[in-house]
Every structure is written in structure tokens, then in C-alpha cells.
Design a protein around this ligand. Structure first.
Ligand code: UD1
Ligand code: UDP
Length: 366
């Protein structure tokens, strides 16, 4: 069997969460091939992260771009299979729950290549979300399942996945944050550039299909975020994902004055904003995790989460899209002390994952 590992990524969160795995490959002289599906391609969602995280250019870019879910996933599958034929890796690694993950998982399993799924076992139990279906399918196709927490491991066991295929590793989001938080403190000037240095503010991100593709719901969320923040006299900084930006224009939504829309941020600037924010309002998976790890209170604008650990430790509340619940949840979370535990691991998840694939890799505890 080939020692080569094909590392597949396609979107902003995959680039960020796979960066520690790629760095661990380099530090341990592990042979890997980096395959980018091209699901994200705008500089602000893609190349800016390669530059800032010190990642090499992908060996292959499948350049699928945007399309319907079926077409996008199908094109990735077709194009990735050709690459697999060429490089014959021993293992394919995918991370998370995007269409890129689903395509990578199916392609590996069709060619009978060992598949490792990083961030396995997350469940929102909301089958309306495309990501929920992607993660369930990837988990059931995978040979090795790298669960970030005991809770995610239990979800897999509940679905009949053999214990021997599952390892609790922590989430590589912690590895990335621990590596970059001090750099962000040292180098990022985002707060002064935005005129919010030493000020309290609310950080908002909204990009999920079920929130922003429904005009009434998206409008209600924009108004609710504004009212909740107004009660506490907080400005709202909203780095806006291109999907949401497109919808605001298309639906001619009214953006309240309190909301400052800015371009998607580079990683260091974004984690600086998360660290400095008084409160985070979000529908992002990664942002729920990061605010929890950084000790910033979070209100999630969804009715379910696949990161229930953030709620259990007291870092996060689910407020759905009901205006009164959002305002009350912000009130409640603003009283939180930020001293909860980090449920996502010790920052060595990437090494544990690689050790499972290549046993010579050492997990260096600090
Ligand atoms: C995808 C993932 C989602 C993840 C998010 C991370 C799926 C089903 N969804 O959602 O789970 O949270 O990435 O950010 O895989 N666009 C651009 N530039 C780009 C990419 C997209 O402008 O580089 C715009 C296009 O108008 C596109 C839209 O954003 O149609 C949606 O992009 P897509 O990749 O389909 O889904 P995301 O909403 O980004
Ligand atoms: N992020 C970023 N800039 C931004 C918004 C988010 O660097 O303007 C990072 C954030 O730190 C987190 C990841 O992107 O690591 C989350 O991605 P996203 O919300 O797009 O996807 P999800 O996690 O919901 O799949």
C-alpha cells in the first residue's frame, strides 16, 4: 500500500482545520498530496488562507466552482477519481461536512482506498441541512473516524459504527487557534482599523443556506441581531460571506444601520475579532467552536447544533430565528463569565490523526 496521503479540501473552514494536519505531515516528513476541489475560489475564502497559514499551493485544483449541490458534488467526484487513479494514495483524508467531503469520501470508497474522516460523529439531527447528510454519509463510508469529543464518538456508536474504527482526537480547530492566537494578538490591527479598539462590540456571522436563502428569515435575523445589540449599545460587525451578500442584494433586504458589513476577514483578523468581541452571534459551526475555546459568549442563530458541547459547558445558547428569543439569549449570554472549559481537545489533534495513519508520528505533549 502506498504511504502517500491525499488530503482533500475545498472550503474556508477545511483549509483552516486541515492546516495543522498539513503542517504535521511536513514536520514528520510524511508524503502527502494536496487536492483542492475548488468549491471555494474567491481570494477572500481561499488563497488568503493558504498565504496566511503558510500552506503550500495545492498539487491539484479540481476547479469545480459553484453549482447546484448535485452538480457540484458530481463534478468533484468525477474529477477526483481521475486524480486518485494518477496518484494512488494509501489513504484519503477529508475534514468536516461540505460537498467536498462527500465527494472525497465517495471517490475514495469507490476506489477502495482507506478513508479517514476528520471531525467525525457530529450530528445536528436536522436532516434538512445538506451538511448533516454529508457528514452521516462520510462517516459511514470511512474506515477511520476521528471524533473530536467523546460525545461525537457516542453518536457514531449509536449508529452501529464499530468502536475499533473510531478514535477521539480532539478537533484540529484547537490546534489552529493555539498556533495562531498569539500571532493575531501581536500582528492584527483589525480592531483599530474598524474603529472598535478597546470598545465593546458584537461579532455577527450568518451564511448558512437555511438562514440566508429564505428572505423573511434572513431579514428577521438582521433586525433581531440589531435589536439585541441596541439594547446593550453594541455596534455589530458582520464579515459577510459572499452567499449572504448575494442574497441581501437579490432579496433587497434592509440592513439596519447598527450593522457594519465588512468583507470576509483573513484568519488572524477574524480570530482577533472573535477574541475581542463582547458577544458572538453566528450560524457557523467553526465560529461556535472558536468562540467557546476563546471564552467569548456565543448565541447561535439556529434551532439545532452539531456542537452541543458548547451549550453543555455554558458557552453557547441556541436562539433559532425568533426575535424575542434572540434578544433574551443575548441578555443571558452577556452575563456569562467566559470561564467554561474547552471541550475540543488539547491542540494535538492533527498529530493524533496522523499517528493513526502513520504510526511513526509522535504526539508531542507540551
Ligand atoms: C459551504 C458549505 C458549508 C460551509 C461553507 C463554509 C456545503 C453544502 N456547504 O457553503 O457547509 O459552512 O461552505 O463557508 O458544502 N461563492 C463565492 N465565492 C466562492 C464560493 C462561493 O462567491 O469562492 C458564492 C457563490 O455565489 C455560491 C455561494 O457562495 O453560489 C455558495 O457557495 P457554496 O460553496 O455552494 O456553499 P457555501 O454557502 O459557501
Ligand atoms: N472565518 C474567517 N473569516 C471570516 C469568517 C470566518 O477566517 O470572515 C473562519 C473562522 O475563524 C472559522 C471558519 O472561518 O475558522 C468558519 O468558517 P465558516 O463559518 O465559513 O464555515 P462553517 O464552520 O460554518 O462550516
Amino acid at each position: 500500500m502506498s504511504d502517500n496521503i491525499a488530503v482533500v479540501l475545498g472550503t474556508r473552514p477545511e483549509i483552516i482545520k486541515l492546516a495543522p494536519v498539513i503542517h504535521a505531515c511536513e514536520n514528520n516528513n510524511i508524503s502527502y498530496t494536496l487536492v483542492h476541489t475548488g468549491q471555494h475560489y474567491s481570494n477572500s475564502l481561499d488563497s488568503v488562507f493558504f498565504e496566511q497559514l503558510g500552506l503550500p499551493d495545492p498539487d491539484y485544483n479540481l476547479e469545480v466552482g459553484s453549482a447546484s449541490h448535485g452538480e457540484q458534488t458530481g463534478e468533484m467526484l468525477i474529477r477526483f477519481e481521475t486524480i486518485l487513479e494518477t496518484i494512488s494514495p494509501g489513504t484519503v483524508l477529508v475534514q468536516g461536512d461540505t460537498n467536498s467531503v462527500l465527494a472525497g469520501a465517495i471517490a475514495a470508497s469507490k476506489r477502495d482506498i482507506e478513508l479517514g474522516h476528520i471531525e467525525a460523529g457530529l450530528r445536528s439531527n436536522d436532516r434538512e441541512m445538506p451538511e448533516e447528510i454529508n457528514r452521516v454519509l462520510a462517516d459511514h463510508a470511512a474506515d477511520s473516524l476521528f471524533a473530536p469529543t467523546k460525545h461525537s464518538k457516542q453518536n457514531l456508536l449509536n449508529e452501529g459504527i464499530a468502536q475499533s474504527r473510531i478514535e477521539v482526537t480532539g478537533n484540529t480547530v484547537v490546534d489552529a487557534l493555539y498556533r495562531n492566537r498569539s500571532l493575531a494578538i501581536k500582528n492584527s490591527t483589525v480592531c483599530s482599523e474598524l474603529g472598535i479598539a478597546d470598545q465593546e462590540f458584537c461579532l455577527l456571522t450568518l451564511h448558512r443556506q437555511e438562514n440566508v436563502d429564505d428572505p423573511k428569515r434572513f431579514q428577521a435575523l438582521l433586525f433581531s441581531a440589531s435589536s439585541a445589540a441596541e439594547k446593550h449599545d453594541l455596534p455589530v460587525i458582520y464579515p459577510i460571506h459572499p452567499r449572504a451578500k448575494k442574497r441581501i442584494k437579490e432579496f433587497k433586504l434592509d440592513v439596519p444601520d447598527r450593522l457594519q458589513l465588512i468583507d470576509p476577514q483573513e484568519y488572524l483578523d477574524f480570530i482577533r475579532l472573535e477574541d475581542e468581541a463582547t458577544i458572538v452571534l453566528t450560524d457557523s459551526g467553526g465560529v461556535q467552536e472558536e468562540s467557546c475555546i476563546l471564552g467569548t459568549p456565543c448565541v447561535t442563530l439556529r434551532d439545532s447544533t452539531e456542537r452541543p458541547e458548547t451549550v453543555s459547558v455554558g458557552a453557547n445558547i441556541l436562539a433559532d430565528h425568533d426575535p424575542a428569543t434572540i434578544v433574551a439569549s443575548v441578555d443571558k449570554m452577556l452575563a456569562a463569565d467566559g470561564n467554561w472549559e474547552n471541550p475540543f481537545g488539547d491542540g494535538h489533534a492533527a498529530e493524533r490523526i496522523l499517528q493513526s495513519v502513520q504510526p511513526q508520528v509522535e504526539v508531542i505533549q507540551t
